[in-house]
Design a protein around this ligand. Structure first.
Ligand code: CMC
Length: 443
């Protein structure tokens, strides 16, 4: 076994005494320290393997910066989230989802004419190739809409051949805009299919969020009027989910893209990763958990289970890998949640009452306080979606609609980085040492 101890920290070099248990013995190693504009410095370990014959080991990437990025900054201890330098609270209150999309993808807040051009482009790419509709018929009616999304988003690469050349900047832009524009259409169709209702085409006179509600809830039989409070709440939720630095699904998109895979395939990979209950699937899991709890009298029983090390149960919507004091997105949504519930007159919904009680109890419980487990963004977004009449199975799909913007921005940044290489982690092998094959009859 070897040891690695930092023995000196100069201005931009960390001297490590790396003593691997290898024939060469002790090998002092100087590692450059890289400094970003904010946040912790990073030890540049790129030459560790070449100079020590050792890999570094960091499952779950708790200490590893996987890339350099200018898009999003998070300070988990202080509850800070900035997109291109702008605080999430200001963006959520003062901006719109498409303006935030433009900011994340292009790098700066758009001027009025840039904004108009961006909105125009997204609006005019929202329709799908008509043949794509046929894909939906191939799914069972009870298919999870995330399963449909993984399939149909990946299938976009079979339709838009003129935007698959990732070495062509123009094609990259067209593919990016197509993805942002078509996601609400694909998502709403997944919902309509599950309901056995006819698909609804997008409308160019509606905003992004209005259009999403229109495509989900309108029917050919009667006029559907989009409630402006709901459209604004949805827009806010989309803003709050737009990007979150190098989370699991974004890292998946980057890893997929690092091989040169086309953007539609990369975003499909991101959707697959987002689906998991520890990530985007948590908003759906929150509602399922509330239904399982059923009544506030049963909360103590579930809190007890969440604390039991031998029970895999966790309180869904609580805790975060990065935010250890509070999730700033959850703070914004907490207020939106109250607003939406009062506008919709849902304050008396027993499930929502249960959610509020659970939040209160968990916030006062020493286990949750000690482990710094606070309600995260998914706790409140699930409750708002439920109040808006959006079915539970669609929650993560809406998260995917929003996060497509972040995935695209991060993929684009990686594509434009001349130092980009295929992502290829190594491993600590703990399997068998070489052994000889034994014939089946002799095993
Ligand atoms: N309920 C009960 N205990 C928990 C919970 C929870 N929700 N979350 C963490 N813990 C405990 C965990 O058992 C561990 O205890 P110990 O130190 O005694 O072993 C400690 O807190 C640290 O947990 P961890 O699993 O090491 O933390 P992590 O950073 O690997 O996981 C997390 C973060 C978000 C996956 C986790 O908190 C969790 O599973 N939360 C519930 C699912 C959820 O709400 N996910 C949405 C995250 S926000 C949106 C997104 O990013 O997609």
């Amino acid at each position: 076994m070897g040891t690695a101890e930092m023995i000196e920290d100069e201005q931009d070099i960390a001297k490590l005494d790396v003593t691997p248990d290898l024939p060469g013995g002790s090998k002092p190693l100087d590692l450059p320290i890289l400094q970003g504009t904010m946040g912790p410095s990073v030890l540049d370990i790129r030459k560790v393997y070449a100079e020590t014959d050792c890999f570094t080991f960091d499952p779950g990437f708790t200490s590893t910066a996987s890339c350099e990025s200018k898009i999003t900054f998070i300070d988990g201890d202080k509850g800070v989230l900035l997109h291109r330098g702008y605080p999430i609270e200001e963006l959520a209150e003062q901006s719109s989802f498409l303006e935030v999309a433009s900011l994340l993808i292009e790098g700066d807040l758009p001027t009025q004419s840039q904004y108009d051009a961006f909105v125009n482009d997204i609006t005019h790419h929202s329709m799908l190739h008509e043949q794509l509709r046929g894909f939906y018929d191939g799914f069972r009616r009870d298919a999870h809409p995330m399963a449909i999304m993984v399939g149909v988003v990946g299938a976009l690469s079979a339709f838009y051949h003129d935007s698959l050349d990732i070495s062509d900047e123009k094609q990259r832009i067209i593919a990016s805009h197509r993805l942002v524009a078509k996601m609400p259409t694909l998502a709403a169709m997944a919902y309509k299919y599950s309901m056995g209702q006819p698909f609804v085409y997008p409308r160019n006179d509606l905003s992004y969020s209005e259009n999403l509600l229109h495509m989900m809830f309108s029917m050919p039989t009667e006029e559907y009027k989009v409630d402006p409070v709901l459209a604004r709440a949805l827009d806010k939720i989309l803003i709050l989910h737009a990007d979150h630095e190098q989370n699991a699904s974004t890292s998946t998109v980057r890893l997929a893209g690092s091989s040169g895979a086309n953007p539609f395939a990369c975003i499909a990979a991101g959707i697959a990763c987002l689906w998991g209950p520890a990530h985007g699937g948590a908003n759906e899991a929150v509602l399922n958990m509330l239904e399982e709890i059923g009544h506030k009298d049963r909360i103590p029983e579930f809190i007890k289970r969440a604390k039991d090390k031998d029970d895999p149960f966790r309180l869904m919507g609580f805790g975060h890998r990065v935010y250890k004091n509070y999730d700033p997105r959850a703070q914004v949504l907490h207020n939106t949640c109250k607003e939406v519930l009062s506008v919709l007159g849902h304050q008396d919904d027993p499930l929502l009452e249960l959610a509020q009680e659970l939040e209160k109890i968990a916030l006062e419980d020493p286990y949750f306080i000690e482990k710094k487990l606070y309600p995260n963004v998914d706790f409140y977004s699930g409750i708002i979606f439920k109040a808006m009449g959006i079915p539970t199975s669609m929650f993560t799909v809406l998260f995917a609609v929003a996060r497509t913007v972040g995935w695209i921005a991060q993929w684009k940044e990686m594509m434009e980085d001349p130092s980009q290489r295929i992502g290829r982690p190594r491993q600590l092998y703990t399997g068998h040492t070489p052994r000889s094959f034994v014939e089946r009859a002799k095993r």
